[in-house]
Design a protein. Structure first.
Length: 95
């Protein structure tokens, strides 16, 4: 397995007891890809975070009402499914 590219800056906005948050981390761990996690533990803070994303979202952006919310190189890509899609189009086989 080759080293993953160093130009991916990945941030996962996560919450406790989130199946897809866990799957996202496992997906990256299995490929040796480093990432940062920002846990949103407080319910009110989570709602405010999601509301802010909704206000910033453009028409064709992925949904903003669920966790995880994943950012790669500062751009929100969406959640777990979008993470898989991103790496399938960006050389998952290279990992």
């Amino acid at each position: 397995m080759s080293s993953p590219p160093k130009d991916f800056d990945i941030l996962i906005h996560s919450k406790e007891d989130c199946k897809y948050c866990k799957l996202s981390k496992e997906f990256l761990d299995e490929r040796g890809i480093k990432y940062k996690v920002e846990n949103h533990l407080d319910k009110l803070e989570r709602l405010e975070f999601l509301e802010e994303l909704t206000m910033e979202a453009k028409r064709n952006d992925p949904p903003t009402n669920t966790f995880p919310q994943i950012f790669i190189n500062g751009k929100r890509i969406g959640g777990y499914n979008e993470l898989q899609t991103f790496f399938s189009f960006n050389g998952d086989n290279d990992f």
